[in-house]
Ligand binder design. Structure first.
Ligand SMILES: [Zn+2]
Length: 554
Protein backbone atom coordinates (compact mmCIF):
# COMPACT_ATOMS: atom_id res chain seq x y z
CA UNK A 1 0.00 0.00 0.00
CA UNK A 2 1.25 3.45 -0.86
CA UNK A 3 1.45 6.12 1.76
CA UNK A 4 -1.43 8.56 1.48
CA UNK A 5 -0.25 12.06 0.64
CA UNK A 6 -2.68 13.75 3.03
CA UNK A 7 -3.84 12.85 6.53
CA UNK A 8 -7.14 11.01 6.33
CA UNK A 9 -10.19 13.22 6.71
CA UNK A 10 -13.54 11.70 7.61
CA UNK A 11 -15.96 11.83 4.70
CA UNK A 12 -18.53 13.90 6.58
CA UNK A 13 -15.96 16.68 6.94
CA UNK A 14 -14.38 16.26 3.53
CA UNK A 15 -17.71 16.43 1.70
CA UNK A 16 -19.23 19.21 3.75
CA UNK A 17 -21.21 21.31 1.26
CA UNK A 18 -19.24 24.33 0.04
CA UNK A 19 -21.95 25.80 -2.19
CA UNK A 20 -25.73 25.98 -1.86
CA UNK A 21 -25.93 23.69 -4.89
CA UNK A 22 -24.18 21.03 -2.78
CA UNK A 23 -26.94 21.06 -0.16
CA UNK A 24 -29.13 18.03 -0.69
CA UNK A 25 -32.90 18.15 -0.47
CA UNK A 26 -33.18 21.77 0.76
CA UNK A 27 -34.31 23.43 -2.48
CA UNK A 28 -37.17 25.40 -0.92
CA UNK A 29 -34.92 26.96 1.70
CA UNK A 30 -32.24 27.87 -0.86
CA UNK A 31 -34.88 29.48 -3.08
CA UNK A 32 -36.22 31.64 -0.23
CA UNK A 33 -32.74 32.68 0.75
CA UNK A 34 -31.81 33.54 -2.85
CA UNK A 35 -34.87 35.79 -3.09
CA UNK A 36 -34.03 37.53 0.17
CA UNK A 37 -30.45 38.22 -0.98
CA UNK A 38 -31.56 39.45 -4.39
CA UNK A 39 -34.09 41.85 -2.86
CA UNK A 40 -31.69 42.86 -0.10
CA UNK A 41 -34.30 41.95 2.46
CA UNK A 42 -32.15 39.97 4.84
CA UNK A 43 -33.33 39.42 8.39
CA UNK A 44 -31.00 40.21 11.27
CA UNK A 45 -31.40 36.74 12.63
CA UNK A 46 -31.99 33.37 11.04
CA UNK A 47 -33.14 30.26 12.84
CA UNK A 48 -32.19 26.95 11.24
CA UNK A 49 -34.10 23.93 12.52
CA UNK A 50 -33.87 20.24 11.70
CA UNK A 51 -32.67 16.88 12.95
CA UNK A 52 -29.00 16.30 13.64
CA UNK A 53 -26.75 15.88 10.64
CA UNK A 54 -29.20 17.42 8.20
CA UNK A 55 -26.89 20.36 7.43
CA UNK A 56 -27.76 23.19 9.82
CA UNK A 57 -24.24 24.37 10.61
CA UNK A 58 -23.14 23.77 7.02
CA UNK A 59 -26.02 25.98 5.91
CA UNK A 60 -25.09 28.61 8.49
CA UNK A 61 -21.54 28.74 7.14
CA UNK A 62 -22.87 28.96 3.58
CA UNK A 63 -25.06 31.89 4.58
CA UNK A 64 -22.03 33.51 6.22
CA UNK A 65 -20.13 33.10 2.95
CA UNK A 66 -23.07 34.38 0.91
CA UNK A 67 -23.20 37.52 3.03
CA UNK A 68 -19.47 38.21 3.15
CA UNK A 69 -18.24 37.02 -0.27
CA UNK A 70 -16.45 39.75 -2.20
CA UNK A 71 -15.99 37.74 -5.39
CA UNK A 72 -12.72 36.77 -7.12
CA UNK A 73 -12.10 40.40 -8.06
CA UNK A 74 -12.84 41.73 -4.58
CA UNK A 75 -15.76 43.85 -5.87
CA UNK A 76 -18.74 41.50 -5.40
CA UNK A 77 -21.69 41.95 -3.05
CA UNK A 78 -23.82 39.43 -1.14
CA UNK A 79 -24.64 36.50 -3.41
CA UNK A 80 -26.44 33.17 -3.27
CA UNK A 81 -23.50 31.77 -5.20
CA UNK A 82 -20.40 32.63 -3.13
CA UNK A 83 -17.24 32.33 -5.21
CA UNK A 84 -15.34 30.11 -2.80
CA UNK A 85 -11.99 31.63 -3.81
CA UNK A 86 -11.98 35.09 -2.25
CA UNK A 87 -10.31 35.54 1.13
CA UNK A 88 -13.58 35.74 3.16
CA UNK A 89 -14.95 32.60 1.44
CA UNK A 90 -11.80 30.60 2.12
CA UNK A 91 -11.44 31.86 5.69
CA UNK A 92 -15.04 30.94 6.50
CA UNK A 93 -14.70 27.49 4.94
CA UNK A 94 -11.63 26.90 7.09
CA UNK A 95 -13.35 28.26 10.21
CA UNK A 96 -10.80 31.05 10.75
CA UNK A 97 -12.68 34.19 9.70
CA UNK A 98 -12.24 36.83 12.38
CA UNK A 99 -15.76 38.24 11.92
CA UNK A 100 -17.58 34.92 11.76
CA UNK A 101 -17.83 33.67 15.32
CA UNK A 102 -19.11 30.16 15.99
CA UNK A 103 -20.47 29.41 19.45
CA UNK A 104 -21.60 25.97 20.54
CA UNK A 105 -24.31 26.66 23.10
CA UNK A 106 -24.04 23.08 24.33
CA UNK A 107 -20.69 23.95 25.89
CA UNK A 108 -21.01 27.75 26.25
CA UNK A 109 -24.42 28.42 27.67
CA UNK A 110 -23.52 30.90 30.37
CA UNK A 111 -24.56 34.51 30.44
CA UNK A 112 -20.90 35.59 30.36
CA UNK A 113 -20.39 34.16 26.88
CA UNK A 114 -23.45 35.98 25.69
CA UNK A 115 -22.48 39.22 27.42
CA UNK A 116 -19.31 39.07 25.37
CA UNK A 117 -21.53 38.96 22.31
CA UNK A 118 -23.59 41.95 23.36
CA UNK A 119 -20.42 43.93 23.98
CA UNK A 120 -18.65 42.80 20.83
CA UNK A 121 -21.54 43.66 18.54
CA UNK A 122 -21.02 47.34 19.36
CA UNK A 123 -17.89 47.32 17.24
CA UNK A 124 -18.09 47.07 13.49
CA UNK A 125 -16.71 44.08 11.64
CA UNK A 126 -12.93 44.08 11.41
CA UNK A 127 -12.51 42.93 7.84
CA UNK A 128 -15.87 41.82 6.51
CA UNK A 129 -19.16 43.32 5.50
CA UNK A 130 -21.02 41.64 8.35
CA UNK A 131 -20.12 40.39 11.76
CA UNK A 132 -21.82 37.01 11.98
CA UNK A 133 -22.57 34.97 15.06
CA UNK A 134 -23.35 31.31 14.49
CA UNK A 135 -24.87 29.83 17.65
CA UNK A 136 -25.29 26.07 17.41
CA UNK A 137 -27.75 24.15 19.61
CA UNK A 138 -29.12 27.53 20.67
CA UNK A 139 -31.91 25.89 22.70
CA UNK A 140 -29.28 24.97 25.29
CA UNK A 141 -28.62 28.58 26.22
CA UNK A 142 -29.60 29.44 29.77
CA UNK A 143 -32.56 31.73 30.35
CA UNK A 144 -30.25 34.61 31.24
CA UNK A 145 -28.23 34.00 28.10
CA UNK A 146 -31.39 34.00 26.00
CA UNK A 147 -32.33 37.34 27.50
CA UNK A 148 -28.96 38.78 26.54
CA UNK A 149 -29.38 37.51 22.96
CA UNK A 150 -32.88 38.91 22.90
CA UNK A 151 -31.67 42.36 23.97
CA UNK A 152 -29.28 42.35 21.03
CA UNK A 153 -31.99 41.12 18.69
CA UNK A 154 -34.32 43.91 19.76
CA UNK A 155 -32.01 46.60 18.44
CA UNK A 156 -29.56 44.80 16.22
CA UNK A 157 -26.74 46.90 14.76
CA UNK A 158 -26.90 46.95 10.95
CA UNK A 159 -23.59 45.14 10.58
CA UNK A 160 -24.52 42.13 12.74
CA UNK A 161 -26.27 38.91 11.73
CA UNK A 162 -27.22 36.01 13.97
CA UNK A 163 -27.46 32.50 12.59
CA UNK A 164 -29.09 30.29 15.21
CA UNK A 165 -29.30 26.52 14.77
CA UNK A 166 -31.30 24.05 16.83
CA UNK A 167 -32.59 20.51 16.85
CA UNK A 168 -35.32 21.41 19.36
CA UNK A 169 -37.21 24.43 18.16
CA UNK A 170 -39.96 23.99 20.76
CA UNK A 171 -37.44 24.99 23.42
CA UNK A 172 -36.77 28.40 21.86
CA UNK A 173 -38.60 31.26 23.62
CA UNK A 174 -41.27 32.79 21.43
CA UNK A 175 -39.70 36.23 21.94
CA UNK A 176 -36.61 34.97 20.11
CA UNK A 177 -38.61 33.02 17.51
CA UNK A 178 -40.58 36.11 16.56
CA UNK A 179 -37.40 38.00 15.68
CA UNK A 180 -35.91 35.34 13.45
CA UNK A 181 -36.44 34.35 9.86
CA UNK A 182 -36.95 30.64 10.20
CA UNK A 183 -35.74 27.90 7.88
CA UNK A 184 -36.82 24.34 8.59
CA UNK A 185 -34.31 21.96 7.05
CA UNK A 186 -36.00 18.82 5.83
CA UNK A 187 -34.80 15.31 6.43
CA UNK A 188 -32.98 14.27 3.28
CA UNK A 189 -34.88 11.60 1.31
CA UNK A 190 -33.08 8.25 1.11
CA UNK A 191 -32.90 8.37 -2.70
CA UNK A 192 -31.18 11.78 -2.62
CA UNK A 193 -28.72 10.51 -0.02
CA UNK A 194 -27.95 7.42 -2.10
CA UNK A 195 -27.21 9.63 -5.14
CA UNK A 196 -24.97 11.80 -2.98
CA UNK A 197 -23.07 8.76 -1.68
CA UNK A 198 -22.61 7.54 -5.25
CA UNK A 199 -20.81 10.80 -6.07
CA UNK A 200 -18.70 10.49 -2.93
CA UNK A 201 -17.52 6.93 -3.63
CA UNK A 202 -16.72 7.92 -7.20
CA UNK A 203 -14.62 10.83 -5.97
CA UNK A 204 -12.95 8.53 -3.44
CA UNK A 205 -12.24 5.98 -6.20
CA UNK A 206 -14.03 3.32 -4.19
CA UNK A 207 -16.31 0.72 -5.75
CA UNK A 208 -19.72 0.27 -4.14
CA UNK A 209 -22.73 -1.79 -5.10
CA UNK A 210 -25.79 0.45 -5.61
CA UNK A 211 -27.73 -1.70 -3.14
CA UNK A 212 -25.04 -1.11 -0.52
CA UNK A 213 -25.45 2.66 -0.92
CA UNK A 214 -29.23 2.35 -0.74
CA UNK A 215 -28.93 0.40 2.50
CA UNK A 216 -26.66 3.05 3.98
CA UNK A 217 -29.00 5.83 2.85
CA UNK A 218 -31.91 4.07 4.52
CA UNK A 219 -30.02 3.57 7.76
CA UNK A 220 -28.97 7.23 7.80
CA UNK A 221 -32.64 8.19 8.26
CA UNK A 222 -32.38 11.60 6.67
CA UNK A 223 -28.98 12.66 7.96
CA UNK A 224 -26.16 13.22 5.47
CA UNK A 225 -23.60 13.27 8.28
CA UNK A 226 -24.76 9.97 9.80
CA UNK A 227 -24.84 8.42 6.34
CA UNK A 228 -21.29 9.50 5.53
CA UNK A 229 -20.10 8.13 8.88
CA UNK A 230 -21.65 4.77 8.06
CA UNK A 231 -20.07 4.92 4.59
CA UNK A 232 -16.72 5.63 6.26
CA UNK A 233 -17.15 2.53 8.40
CA UNK A 234 -18.23 0.45 5.42
CA UNK A 235 -15.12 1.44 3.47
CA UNK A 236 -12.96 0.65 6.50
CA UNK A 237 -14.68 -2.75 6.80
CA UNK A 238 -14.22 -3.54 3.12
CA UNK A 239 -10.72 -4.87 3.68
CA UNK A 240 -8.80 -2.65 1.31
CA UNK A 241 -8.88 0.90 2.57
CA UNK A 242 -8.83 3.85 0.22
CA UNK A 243 -8.60 3.32 -3.53
CA UNK A 244 -9.76 0.02 -4.91
CA UNK A 245 -11.98 -0.82 -1.95
CA UNK A 246 -15.25 -2.59 -2.74
CA UNK A 247 -18.30 -1.97 -0.56
CA UNK A 248 -20.81 -4.79 -0.99
CA UNK A 249 -24.44 -4.94 0.07
CA UNK A 250 -23.86 -8.15 2.02
CA UNK A 251 -21.10 -6.55 4.04
CA UNK A 252 -23.14 -3.39 4.71
CA UNK A 253 -26.11 -5.45 5.80
CA UNK A 254 -23.85 -7.36 8.14
CA UNK A 255 -22.46 -4.15 9.55
CA UNK A 256 -25.80 -2.37 9.91
CA UNK A 257 -27.32 -5.33 11.66
CA UNK A 258 -25.09 -4.33 14.53
CA UNK A 259 -25.08 -0.59 14.48
CA UNK A 260 -28.00 1.10 12.78
CA UNK A 261 -30.80 2.91 14.57
CA UNK A 262 -33.26 0.22 13.54
CA UNK A 263 -31.73 -2.25 16.02
CA UNK A 264 -34.30 -1.44 18.69
CA UNK A 265 -37.13 -1.76 16.19
CA UNK A 266 -35.86 -5.18 15.18
CA UNK A 267 -35.62 -6.23 18.82
CA UNK A 268 -39.19 -5.05 19.35
CA UNK A 269 -40.31 -7.13 16.38
CA UNK A 270 -38.54 -10.20 17.76
CA UNK A 271 -40.22 -9.69 21.14
CA UNK A 272 -43.65 -9.50 19.56
CA UNK A 273 -42.97 -12.53 17.40
CA UNK A 274 -42.07 -14.44 20.56
CA UNK A 275 -38.66 -15.33 19.12
CA UNK A 276 -36.72 -16.02 22.33
CA UNK A 277 -33.40 -17.09 20.72
CA UNK A 278 -33.58 -14.07 18.39
CA UNK A 279 -34.20 -11.73 21.32
CA UNK A 280 -31.26 -13.12 23.29
CA UNK A 281 -28.92 -12.84 20.29
CA UNK A 282 -30.04 -9.27 19.55
CA UNK A 283 -29.52 -8.17 23.15
CA UNK A 284 -26.04 -9.69 23.21
CA UNK A 285 -25.15 -8.02 19.91
CA UNK A 286 -26.15 -4.64 21.27
CA UNK A 287 -24.36 -5.28 24.54
CA UNK A 288 -21.17 -6.28 22.72
CA UNK A 289 -21.39 -3.00 20.82
CA UNK A 290 -21.39 -1.15 24.12
CA UNK A 291 -25.11 -0.39 24.35
CA UNK A 292 -26.20 -0.32 27.99
CA UNK A 293 -29.05 -2.76 28.72
CA UNK A 294 -31.07 0.02 30.38
CA UNK A 295 -30.75 2.07 27.18
CA UNK A 296 -32.28 -0.79 25.21
CA UNK A 297 -35.27 -0.78 27.53
CA UNK A 298 -35.69 2.96 27.09
CA UNK A 299 -35.69 2.41 23.33
CA UNK A 300 -38.30 -0.34 23.62
CA UNK A 301 -40.47 1.81 25.88
CA UNK A 302 -40.28 4.62 23.34
CA UNK A 303 -41.36 2.18 20.65
CA UNK A 304 -44.38 1.03 22.69
CA UNK A 305 -45.27 4.65 23.38
CA UNK A 306 -44.98 5.56 19.71
CA UNK A 307 -47.13 2.63 18.61
CA UNK A 308 -49.77 3.36 21.25
CA UNK A 309 -49.86 7.03 20.26
CA UNK A 310 -50.24 6.08 16.62
CA UNK A 311 -53.07 3.70 17.51
CA UNK A 312 -54.83 6.35 19.58
CA UNK A 313 -54.62 8.76 16.64
CA UNK A 314 -52.49 11.10 18.75
CA UNK A 315 -50.30 12.08 15.84
CA UNK A 316 -46.67 11.10 15.51
CA UNK A 317 -43.55 12.71 16.83
CA UNK A 318 -42.08 14.79 13.98
CA UNK A 319 -38.61 13.64 15.05
CA UNK A 320 -39.48 10.08 13.98
CA UNK A 321 -37.97 8.85 10.76
CA UNK A 322 -40.16 7.62 7.93
CA UNK A 323 -39.07 4.06 8.76
CA UNK A 324 -40.16 4.47 12.37
CA UNK A 325 -43.51 5.95 11.37
CA UNK A 326 -44.19 3.08 9.00
CA UNK A 327 -43.25 0.49 11.61
CA UNK A 328 -45.38 2.18 14.28
CA UNK A 329 -48.41 2.42 12.02
CA UNK A 330 -47.99 -1.23 11.08
CA UNK A 331 -47.79 -2.38 14.69
CA UNK A 332 -50.62 -0.07 15.72
CA UNK A 333 -52.87 -1.83 13.23
CA UNK A 334 -51.94 -5.27 14.57
CA UNK A 335 -51.70 -4.82 18.33
CA UNK A 336 -54.60 -4.14 20.69
CA UNK A 337 -54.54 -1.47 23.38
CA UNK A 338 -54.60 -4.17 26.08
CA UNK A 339 -51.47 -5.78 24.63
CA UNK A 340 -49.70 -2.42 24.32
CA UNK A 341 -50.48 -1.43 27.90
CA UNK A 342 -49.30 -4.85 29.08
CA UNK A 343 -46.05 -4.47 27.11
CA UNK A 344 -45.52 -1.03 28.60
CA UNK A 345 -45.90 -2.35 32.15
CA UNK A 346 -43.66 -5.35 31.58
CA UNK A 347 -40.93 -3.23 29.98
CA UNK A 348 -41.17 -0.53 32.63
CA UNK A 349 -40.76 -3.17 35.32
CA UNK A 350 -37.85 -4.66 33.37
CA UNK A 351 -36.20 -1.25 33.09
CA UNK A 352 -36.38 -0.72 36.85
CA UNK A 353 -34.97 -4.20 37.46
CA UNK A 354 -32.09 -3.67 35.03
CA UNK A 355 -31.20 -0.36 36.65
CA UNK A 356 -31.17 -1.89 40.10
CA UNK A 357 -29.45 -5.12 39.09
CA UNK A 358 -25.92 -6.15 40.00
CA UNK A 359 -25.86 -8.04 36.68
CA UNK A 360 -27.63 -5.70 34.25
CA UNK A 361 -27.25 -7.82 31.10
CA UNK A 362 -28.56 -10.93 32.84
CA UNK A 363 -31.44 -8.92 34.30
CA UNK A 364 -32.20 -7.56 30.83
CA UNK A 365 -32.32 -11.05 29.34
CA UNK A 366 -34.61 -12.33 32.08
CA UNK A 367 -36.94 -9.36 31.78
CA UNK A 368 -37.15 -9.65 27.99
CA UNK A 369 -37.80 -13.39 28.17
CA UNK A 370 -40.66 -12.61 30.55
CA UNK A 371 -42.08 -10.32 27.86
CA UNK A 372 -41.66 -13.05 25.23
CA UNK A 373 -43.52 -15.57 27.36
CA UNK A 374 -46.23 -13.14 28.37
CA UNK A 375 -46.77 -12.04 24.79
CA UNK A 376 -47.61 -15.59 23.75
CA UNK A 377 -50.34 -15.62 26.41
CA UNK A 378 -53.76 -14.23 25.66
CA UNK A 379 -54.93 -11.66 28.17
CA UNK A 380 -56.58 -13.16 31.28
CA UNK A 381 -60.14 -12.44 30.16
CA UNK A 382 -59.57 -14.12 26.80
CA UNK A 383 -57.86 -17.04 28.52
CA UNK A 384 -60.81 -17.68 30.83
CA UNK A 385 -63.24 -17.46 27.93
CA UNK A 386 -61.25 -19.94 25.87
CA UNK A 387 -61.00 -22.29 28.77
CA UNK A 388 -64.74 -22.07 29.31
CA UNK A 389 -65.17 -22.99 25.66
CA UNK A 390 -62.89 -25.99 26.09
CA UNK A 391 -60.32 -24.60 23.68
CA UNK A 392 -56.66 -25.47 23.95
CA UNK A 393 -54.40 -22.88 25.53
CA UNK A 394 -50.94 -21.71 24.49
CA UNK A 395 -47.97 -23.84 25.40
CA UNK A 396 -46.38 -20.97 27.30
CA UNK A 397 -49.37 -20.82 29.63
CA UNK A 398 -49.22 -24.52 30.35
CA UNK A 399 -45.46 -24.46 30.75
CA UNK A 400 -45.70 -21.51 33.09
CA UNK A 401 -47.94 -23.64 35.29
CA UNK A 402 -45.47 -26.50 35.20
CA UNK A 403 -47.84 -28.78 33.33
CA UNK A 404 -47.13 -30.49 30.02
CA UNK A 405 -47.73 -28.53 26.84
CA UNK A 406 -50.95 -29.46 25.06
CA UNK A 407 -50.40 -31.27 21.81
CA UNK A 408 -52.06 -28.53 19.79
CA UNK A 409 -51.32 -24.93 20.52
CA UNK A 410 -52.39 -21.65 19.01
CA UNK A 411 -49.93 -18.79 19.46
CA UNK A 412 -52.09 -15.89 20.54
CA UNK A 413 -49.92 -13.31 18.83
CA UNK A 414 -49.59 -15.21 15.60
CA UNK A 415 -50.42 -12.05 13.70
CA UNK A 416 -47.59 -10.14 15.40
CA UNK A 417 -45.18 -8.59 12.91
CA UNK A 418 -41.82 -10.11 12.24
CA UNK A 419 -38.55 -8.19 12.59
CA UNK A 420 -38.80 -6.34 9.30
CA UNK A 421 -42.51 -5.60 9.08
CA UNK A 422 -43.94 -5.19 5.62
CA UNK A 423 -47.50 -4.28 4.77
CA UNK A 424 -49.34 -7.60 4.46
CA UNK A 425 -50.19 -8.42 0.87
CA UNK A 426 -53.41 -10.08 2.05
CA UNK A 427 -55.37 -10.22 5.30
CA UNK A 428 -53.84 -12.70 7.72
CA UNK A 429 -56.00 -15.68 8.68
CA UNK A 430 -57.19 -15.65 12.31
CA UNK A 431 -54.97 -17.33 14.88
CA UNK A 432 -57.56 -19.89 15.92
CA UNK A 433 -60.37 -21.93 14.43
CA UNK A 434 -62.80 -20.26 16.85
CA UNK A 435 -61.88 -16.85 15.51
CA UNK A 436 -62.25 -18.12 11.95
CA UNK A 437 -65.76 -19.35 12.71
CA UNK A 438 -66.68 -15.93 14.10
CA UNK A 439 -65.36 -14.33 10.93
CA UNK A 440 -67.35 -16.72 8.72
CA UNK A 441 -70.39 -16.10 10.91
CA UNK A 442 -70.15 -12.38 10.20
CA UNK A 443 -70.16 -13.01 6.43
CA UNK A 444 -72.44 -16.03 5.99
CA UNK A 445 -74.38 -16.69 9.22
CA UNK A 446 -75.80 -20.01 8.05
CA UNK A 447 -72.40 -21.33 7.04
CA UNK A 448 -70.99 -20.02 10.32
CA UNK A 449 -73.63 -21.83 12.32
CA UNK A 450 -72.94 -25.10 10.50
CA UNK A 451 -69.23 -24.71 11.24
CA UNK A 452 -69.99 -23.95 14.85
CA UNK A 453 -72.52 -26.71 15.49
CA UNK A 454 -71.96 -29.59 13.08
CA UNK A 455 -68.21 -30.19 12.77
CA UNK A 456 -65.27 -30.96 15.02
CA UNK A 457 -61.85 -29.55 14.25
CA UNK A 458 -59.22 -32.06 13.12
CA UNK A 459 -56.59 -29.60 11.97
CA UNK A 460 -56.40 -25.81 11.60
CA UNK A 461 -53.31 -24.85 9.65
CA UNK A 462 -54.17 -21.91 7.39
CA UNK A 463 -54.71 -22.12 4.47
CA UNK A 464 -55.63 -25.71 5.27
CA UNK A 465 -58.55 -26.88 7.33
CA UNK A 466 -59.57 -30.45 8.18
CA UNK A 467 -62.99 -31.08 9.71
CA UNK A 468 -64.91 -34.07 10.96
CA UNK A 469 -68.70 -33.70 10.68
CA UNK A 470 -70.81 -35.05 13.52
CA UNK A 471 -73.94 -35.01 11.39
CA UNK A 472 -74.64 -34.91 7.63
CA UNK A 473 -73.63 -31.60 6.06
CA UNK A 474 -75.34 -29.80 3.17
CA UNK A 475 -73.99 -30.92 -0.20
CA UNK A 476 -72.52 -27.48 -0.99
CA UNK A 477 -70.89 -26.96 2.41
CA UNK A 478 -67.27 -27.59 1.41
CA UNK A 479 -67.56 -25.67 -1.86
CA UNK A 480 -69.25 -22.66 -0.21
CA UNK A 481 -66.72 -22.54 2.61
CA UNK A 482 -63.74 -22.86 0.26
CA UNK A 483 -65.07 -20.04 -1.92
CA UNK A 484 -65.71 -17.77 1.06
CA UNK A 485 -62.26 -18.37 2.56
CA UNK A 486 -60.57 -17.71 -0.75
CA UNK A 487 -62.45 -14.43 -1.07
CA UNK A 488 -61.72 -13.43 2.53
CA UNK A 489 -57.99 -14.10 2.47
CA UNK A 490 -57.16 -13.72 -1.22
CA UNK A 491 -55.55 -17.13 -1.44
CA UNK A 492 -56.83 -20.64 -2.18
CA UNK A 493 -57.79 -22.71 0.87
CA UNK A 494 -57.87 -26.46 1.16
CA UNK A 495 -60.85 -27.62 3.20
CA UNK A 496 -61.18 -31.37 3.65
CA UNK A 497 -63.38 -33.81 5.49
CA UNK A 498 -61.31 -36.09 7.70
CA UNK A 499 -62.05 -39.00 9.98
CA UNK A 500 -59.01 -38.30 12.13
CA UNK A 501 -59.27 -37.49 15.84
CA UNK A 502 -61.29 -34.30 16.22
CA UNK A 503 -62.09 -31.80 18.92
CA UNK A 504 -65.73 -31.61 19.98
CA UNK A 505 -67.71 -29.13 17.91
CA UNK A 506 -67.71 -25.58 19.18
CA UNK A 507 -71.34 -26.09 20.19
CA UNK A 508 -70.49 -29.16 22.25
CA UNK A 509 -67.55 -27.37 23.82
CA UNK A 510 -69.87 -24.54 24.74
CA UNK A 511 -72.37 -26.91 26.29
CA UNK A 512 -69.84 -28.77 28.37
CA UNK A 513 -68.42 -25.47 29.55
CA UNK A 514 -71.82 -24.43 30.86
CA UNK A 515 -71.19 -26.68 33.82
CA UNK A 516 -67.86 -25.17 34.64
CA UNK A 517 -68.15 -23.19 37.82
CA UNK A 518 -66.22 -20.11 38.69
CA UNK A 519 -64.16 -21.86 41.35
CA UNK A 520 -63.14 -24.58 38.95
CA UNK A 521 -61.85 -22.01 36.53
CA UNK A 522 -60.02 -20.02 39.15
CA UNK A 523 -58.41 -23.18 40.48
CA UNK A 524 -56.93 -24.26 37.15
CA UNK A 525 -53.15 -23.89 36.89
CA UNK A 526 -53.52 -21.97 33.65
CA UNK A 527 -55.57 -19.19 35.20
CA UNK A 528 -53.32 -19.10 38.22
CA UNK A 529 -50.36 -18.81 35.85
CA UNK A 530 -52.11 -15.95 34.11
CA UNK A 531 -52.49 -14.11 37.39
CA UNK A 532 -48.83 -14.71 38.14
CA UNK A 533 -47.82 -13.44 34.71
CA UNK A 534 -49.94 -10.30 35.03
CA UNK A 535 -49.27 -8.87 38.43
CA UNK A 536 -51.90 -6.18 37.94
CA UNK A 537 -54.67 -8.56 36.83
CA UNK A 538 -57.94 -8.47 38.72
CA UNK A 539 -60.72 -10.98 38.58
CA UNK A 540 -63.65 -9.00 37.26
CA UNK A 541 -66.25 -11.72 37.34
CA UNK A 542 -67.24 -14.85 35.58
CA UNK A 543 -69.23 -14.67 32.36
CA UNK A 544 -71.26 -17.85 31.95
CA UNK A 545 -70.84 -19.39 28.50
CA UNK A 546 -74.53 -18.75 27.62
CA UNK A 547 -73.97 -15.04 28.06
CA UNK A 548 -70.74 -15.16 26.09
CA UNK A 549 -72.55 -16.99 23.29
CA UNK A 550 -75.33 -14.41 23.35
CA UNK A 551 -72.79 -11.62 23.24
CA UNK A 552 -71.12 -13.24 20.25
CA UNK A 553 -74.31 -13.85 18.32
CA UNK A 554 -75.75 -10.43 19.19
ZN1 LIG B 1 -16.13 34.62 -2.19
Amino acid sequence: MSESPQPYRVLARKYRPQRFADLIGQDAMVQTLANAIRRERLAHAFLLTGVRGVGKTSTARLIAKALNCIGPDGQGGPTIDPCGVCEPCRAIAEGRHIDVIEIDAASHNGVDDVREISEAVRYAAVSARYKIYIIDEVHMLSKAAFNAVLKTLEEPPAHVKFLLATTEVQKIPVTVLSRCQRFDLKRIPAEALARHFAHVVEAEKVEAEPEALALIARAAEGSARDGLSILDQAIAHSGTSGEGALVTAAQVRDMLGLSDRGAVRRLFGLLLAGDAPGVLAAVRDQYDLGVEPATLFVGLLEAVHGVTRAKAGGGQDPALSMEEREAHAEWAARLGFATLHRLWQLLLKGHAEVQAAALPIEAAEMALLRVVHASTLPDPGELARRLANGETVPAAAAQASGGPAPAETQPALKAAPHPAPEPPARPAPPASFGALVELVNGQRPLLGQQLHDFVGLVRYDPPELALRPNRPLPADFIRDLTTLLRNLFAEPWKVEISDGPAEPSLLDQQKSAENAARDAILATPVVRAAFEAFADAEYEGYTPPETAAEARSA
